[in-house]
Design a protein around this ligand. Structure first.
Ligand SMILES: Nc1ncnc2c1ncn2[C@@H]1O[C@H](COP(=O)(O)OP(=O)(O)O)[C@@H](O)[C@H]1O
Ligand SMILES: [Mg+2]
Length: 284
């Protein structure tokens, strides 16, 4: 059942390194929150704390009426009514696609026929109806991630967690799977927390975007409003940064950049074979 997620003052250190620093946010039932942050900002650690794989040092996590973590309380991952999709798929290599998906139903103990039907239906839904009996090594990366998505959806958990699920896929596939994730998660009605370092992915998927920097949540809001602020200084991003950050533009373009991108002069009629200077394309 879909539920509100509440995270309050979550902190976590590994030895002397503080990885999460009093992170607080709420996600309303059925909403899609994307947490955006550079590598090392604590995204995976935060998701692992939500999933119960990692134990936070302090703070509280609630899902609906259920306290998942608080002081000495630490609910085991399989008692949290959630499912997680990982960057590297994390499928059981010795199980077929259908068995991998069916494994997520083990706690519900449905009868064999109900389980078979649910697995069949969800594999059809992710476009893998024909591949149910294949093993992970017989599937492409995109197909394996679809199996992982089906496994996350099959038990209809209240909370879905995604840890950079598209990072290992090529651009074309990333785009298609992104659309499928958006469609299928909204259909399921689950509350979603999705982490990525990719701004385009974040803005394509999110109802709300949060920005993690150095273990702190430095921005949180609807994509449009949260981007009116300046992006974090340390943003890694694409070569086009910071111009690619929607809603924000630099005060002025550096003059050297403009000069380099001026159109090449027309070819002289007296030397038609003379090589043209290279035209740099930078999109500015
Ligand atoms: N089990 C661990 N032991 C020690 N340090 C860790 C552990 N897990 C993560 N870290 C450190 O915590 C920081 C944040 O890591 P992580 O949460 O994986 O960031 P992100 O997913 O944003 O790249 C990094 O500096 C990383 O080295
Ligand atoms: Mg990570």
């Amino acid at each position: 059942m879909t539920a509100r997620l509440r995270v309050e003052n979550l902190s976590k250190s590994f030895g002397p390194t503080q990885v999460l620093d009093r992170v607080s946010f709420d996600v309303q039932p059925g909403r899609f929150l994307v947490l955006l942050g550079p590598s090392g900002s604590g995204k995976t650690t935060l998701l692992r704390c939500l999933a119960g794989i990692e134990r936070a040092d302090s703070g509280r996590i609630r899902l609906g009426d259920l306290v998942l973590a608080q002081e000495r309380t630490h609910l085991a991952p399989d008692r949290r009514d959630l499912a997680m999709v990982f960057q590297d798929y994390a499928l059981w290599p010795h199980m077929t696609a259908a068995a991998n998906v069916g494994y997520a139903l083990r706690r519900r103990r449905p009868d064999r026929e109900t389980s078979r039907l649910r697995v069949e239906r969800v594999l059809e839904r992710v476009g893998l109806g024909e591949h149910a009996e294949q093993y992970p090594h017989q599937l492409s990366g995109g197909q394996q991630q679809r199996v992982a998505l089906a496994r996350a959806l099959v038990a209809e958990p209240g909370l879905l967690l995604f840890d950079e699920p598209l990072s290992n896929l090529d651009a074309d596939l990333r785009e298609r799977l992104r659309v499928e994730i958006a469609t299928l998660t909204r259909e399921s009605g689950a509350t979603v927390v999705y982490i990525t370092h990719d701004q385009a992915e974040a803005f394509a998927l999110a109802d709300e975007v949060g920005v993690l920097e150095g273990g702190r949540l430095v921005q949180l809001g609807a994509p449009r409003t949260s981007t009116t602020a300046r992006p974090p200084r340390s943003w890694p991003g694409s070569p086009a940064w910071p111009g690619s950050w929607p809603g924000w533009s630099p005060p002025r373009a550096p003059p050297r950049h403009r000069a380099a991108c001026a159109p090449a002069p027309a070819r002289s009629p007296r030397s038609p074979t003379a090589p043209r200077p290279p035209v740099r394309r930078c999109g500015c």
